[in-house]
Write a protein that binds this ligand. Sequence first.
Ligand code: NAD
Length: 368
Amino acid sequence: MSGDAELRLGIIGIGKVGLTHLAALKSLKDTGLLNIEINAVSDSDIGKSKEAAKEFNVPSVYDDHIDLINDANVDIVYICTPTSKHTDMVKEAARANKAIFCVKPIAHSCPQVRDLNAVALASSVPTSAGLVLRYDPFLLYAKRLIEKNDFGKPLLANIRDDQHFPLEQEEYSQWRSDTSVPGGGILLHQGIQDIDVLSWFFGDIVNVYAQVGFYSESGVEDQASLIMRHEDGTTSTINLVWHWLERPNERKIEFFFEKGLIEIILESGSTHLDYHIRGEEPVRINSENTEQVLLEHLDLSSDNLALDIHETLSNAGINKQLALNYSFLKAIQSGETPYPSFQEAVLAHKIVDAAYESSNKQTPIDIL
Ligand SMILES: NC(=O)c1ccc[n+]([C@@H]2O[C@H](COP(=O)([O-])OP(=O)(O)OC[C@H]3O[C@@H](n4cnc5c(N)ncnc54)[C@H](O)[C@@H]3O)[C@@H](O)[C@H]2O)c1
């Protein structure tokens, strides 16, 4: 695809996540950085797609997703539907030779995701997995800190990820209460991002031991604890819980090294990063310090961008969703492999599956 060719999109599933992507894509389009046209939306609830089409000025509305996939004005398909629907939609989009963005989790199990990755590769269509934390500005800041400072060997990485029980929140969707649709609970839906972050920072996971708990009547796990070993010998742990407390969702990330510590709080409304290098004063980093790192990561810093575009981008509120979408679409435009693609999702799903197996068998599982 040539540099300024039109990127013609269609979005299936106009729920919470679909709307988030629509808004991010609209902001991106408004910056003028990419020539984006959102040409079609589809939702089984036609009212939702009609409303979104009106708000975002989208010309075509379909109640059957297959019509969107076959629309000649759509080259890139976003799949933002409940999890059990992804498999058929990915296969249909690949068959129609359309580039595919699919939210995480891609499917219920690793073999299914591997199959979808193979289908996409066989059709030579680019894929993107919604592993959006790879574009979190605080995590990118942490990456840069580690690259630029001598933190020494990693000793322990821990992520505690807590959320209010989804089914009790009004804004959560009823499909989550039928276990055959989500296919899993907090481990599959939330933990997959934490697993992906830890592999990104510390390399492939080679062994996992997990305990998965079912405290509610929902039929899917609402607690999971994982102990993992990475290829470089680092030990990492993840503790996940859905609870009933009145508190904002929060991810607390702690990376202990021989010579320093990085702590990051995400999503709680008091998002920040603290780091402490041995022998130096602790430092706190807030969001105003991280935007520049994200822009540089995307090659969009003021050094290589016209000032007016840089300003429009900053005003649009550069965030991880916008960054993920920009990176995916830019890769399509330049003929590169998007990152993270279904390939990275396969690896994360492999660990999720191993964690379920470990808990069922009450034994650590080697990742082959
Ligand atoms: N960070 C992330 O990437 C992230 C965060 C939350 C949820 N998710 C995932 O995103 C997906 C959607 O979650 P959500 O919270 O937006 O759910 P939602 O219920 O808010 O939205 C899903 C939408 O899909 C529509 N839909 C259902 N079946 C359809 C079909 N066959 N064709 C067209 N539309 C259909 C529904 O009517 C609804 O509007 C899930 O797989 C979820 O696990 C990803």
